[in-house]
Design a protein around this ligand. Structure first.
Ligand code: BG6
Ligand code: MG
Length: 217
């Protein structure tokens, strides 16, 4: 029986995919490059270092560990600057209402994000009270597609993976959810619908009662 919903953050609850891309774009420009648009979706779900790796590969840039750390630091500085004035407007359609409905329905809710900024964003949006547990990249050693972040979230809320629905917008996240034995809902256009239990364009219009019916049939 479904007992919990576990949400990815970027691209599922908040509209930050563009902000990540723009921050990487600033880094690329500072090095004299222009990022191709296809990387925007490739960054979804990818850790900061993995994302940097895509950029270095794209332009065949050789960087040592010090340079990589410096590049990640700069990107994060710009990303955090872009988060400075965010408010509820950054939430994706349907996110707030689903979170509110779940909290009223006795369904546990957890966050499982590959971002080290996830808790900062949740705090800024004053959404802490809608989550029973939050796990982000600061809390795990392995990143998506490894299931560690989802398994850790499930553990924190005392639920078996098979009793949890994971909401993801990235193929890396879907792979992680599947590897961990979770039910999965793909959100948005980057998901191969054959890889998830269910797919929606956004959270808009998704209600807990529909989900319960769908997964418990
Ligand atoms: C994921 C995003 O949630 O977090 C990725 O989808 C991002 O695009 C990753 O690279 C890491 O984020 P951060 O904030 O730790 O650099
Ligand atoms: Mg995401």
């Amino acid at each position: 029986m479904i007992q919990a919903c576990i949400f990815d953050l970027d691209g599922v609850l908040v509209d930050t995919v563009g902000l990540h891309f723009e921050s990487w774009q600033k880094l690329a420009s500072s090095l004299g490059y222009e990022l191709p648009l296809h990387l925007k979706n490739k960054f979804r779900g990818a850790s900061r270092m993995k994302s940097l790796g895509y950029i270095l590969d794209e332009f065949s840039i050789h960087a040592n560990e010090n340079d990589k750390a410096k590049f990640c630091h700069l990107k994060n500085k710009w990303y955090q600057e872009s988060l400075a004035n965010i408010n509820e407007d950054i939430m994706l359609e349907g996110a707030k209402s689903l979170l509110l409905e779940l909290s009223k329905s006795n369904i546990k809710v957890a966050l499982a994000s590959a971002s080290k900024n996830a808790k900062l964003i949740i705090k800024k949006l004053k959404l802490d009270n809608l989550f029973d547990a939050m796990v982000d990249a600061n809390d795990v050693t392995l990143t998506k597609p490894n299931p560690e972040v989802f398994l850790s979230a499930a553990k924190k809320i005392n639920c078996k993976p098979s009793d949890c629905i994971v909401f993801e917008d990235s193929p890396l996240g879907v792979t992680a959810a599947q590897a961990g034995g979770f039910k999965s809902i793909g959100i948005g256009e980057e998901i191969d619908i054959s890889t998830v239990d269910s797919h929606f364009h956004s959270l808009e219009g998704i209600s807990w009662s529909d989900l319960a019916r769908h997964f418990e049939k």
